[in-house]
Design a binder for this molecule. Structure first.
Ligand code: NAD
Length: 317
């Protein structure tokens, strides 16, 4: 029986070193087979997952030797942290290691939405040369609304300011003393004010009960018809049907979404709209970020199994 179970595609030099030290069972599709996962976990001391494996209370409770759950990424919405804590199982993750990759994808979305680069690309590949069809807007002078001003929101703000944007933000739990707020001249406002003022609204909150469908019909109706909406956080934060309707009736100019309510989504829906950019949850997928993430979780699994302190334990607030 393996000591460490890896139930999704996770590889790299750090994983190779972990395999040299421990008995590791690594099956990228294991998350899809609940019975096989349960059986592999029976005597395992550690599990390493991305965001597909549901590390439920039942799975944690049926794993009698489990010491550590390591989530190769930032959000912990697929790990029952309360159940882990009840069983004395350490949860570690990689809260900072992929933030830059997500922030850079967000900047890519902003530029692509502003100039409609995807449509121009498709049209030009089709053999056309329609220069005047693709008159976009500039980011400079526009207002970027950030909903969630944590690690990723702040990295986006720094980059957007360099493009000449001004930043308004809403964050329910941000401490008062974040120096970047003054440094960048960020206006911290109420949620509704951010929605009403912004030319682009970008979502960077975690998925928790309170943020489920944080963006629905009412919120999209508050936004300018000329505004664009970006989501690189979690799909369930957005009522996708409401977003689809807002985009279809001209209530929003465009949207870019990396994450979906159901992943992978059914064909059609948002992906059928020409004013929407869709990507398959690639926010964290830069080579550099993946290296950092895999290094971080392998380091922490090794630490816990050796009886040492992990670097990134999840601590509930
Ligand atoms: P973070 O914890 O640093 O920041 C999140 C911010 O949201 C915090 O400042 C928090 O106070 C705020 N917040 C929480 N609940 C809120 C609410 N109800 N209303 C307003 N603000 C609220 O997290 P982060 O590193 O910036 O990451 C944000 C999210 O991005 C993650 O939770 C994760 O779901 C997502 N993410 C996605 C990818 C991807 O591949 N697309 C990769 C990494 C992270």
């Amino acid at each position: 029986m393996a000591e460490v179970v890896v139930s999704e595609a996770i590889s790299g030099p750090a994983m190779d070193s972990l395999k040299a030290e421990f008995d590791v069972l690594s099956i990228p599709s294991l998350w899809q087979d609940e019975d096989a996962l349960r059986s592999a976990m029976k005597d395992a001391k550690a599990i390493i997952v991305r965001n597909q494996t549901q590390v439920s209370a039942a799975l944690i409770e049926s794993s009698s030797q489990l010491q550590v759950v390591a989530r190769a990424g930032a959000g912990l919405d697929n790990v029952d942290t309360a159940a882990a804590s009840r069983r004395g199982v350490v949860v570690t993750y990689a809260p900072r290691e992929n933030s830059l990759a997500v922030a850079e994808l967000t900047m890519g979305f902003l530029l692509n939405l502003a100039r409609d680069i995807p449509s121009a690309h498709i049209d030009t590949r089709a053999g056309n040369w329609n220069r005047t069809h693709f008159v976009g807007t500039e980011l400079s002078g526009k207002i970027l609304g950030l909903v969630g001003f944590g690690r990723i929101g702040q990295l986006v703000a720094k980059r957007a300011v360099a493009f000449g944007m001004s930043i308004v933000a809403y964050d329910k739990f941000l401490p008062n003393d974040v120096p970047l707020v003054d440094q960048l001249g960020v206006k911290m406002l109420e949620f509704e004010e951010v929605l009403k003022l912004s030319d682009f609204v970008s979502c960077h909150v975690p998925l928790v009960a309170e943020t489920h469908h944080l963006f629905s019909h009412h919120q999209f109706s508050q936004m300018k018809d000329s505004a664009c909406f970006l989501n690189t956080s979690r799909g369930e934060v957005v009522d996708e049907r409401a977003l689809y309707e807002a985009l279809s009736i001209g209530g929003l100019r465009g949207a870019a979404v990396d994450v979906r309510e159901i992943e992978p989504p059914e064909p059609g829906g948002l992906a059928d709209l020409t004013n929407v950019i869709v990507t398959p949850h690639i926010g964290a997928f830069s080579h550099e970020a993946q290296m950092r993430v895999v290094d971080a979780v392998c380091h922490d699994v090794r630490s816990v199994l050796r009886g040492e302190q992990p670097r990134n334990p999840f601590v509930s607030k």
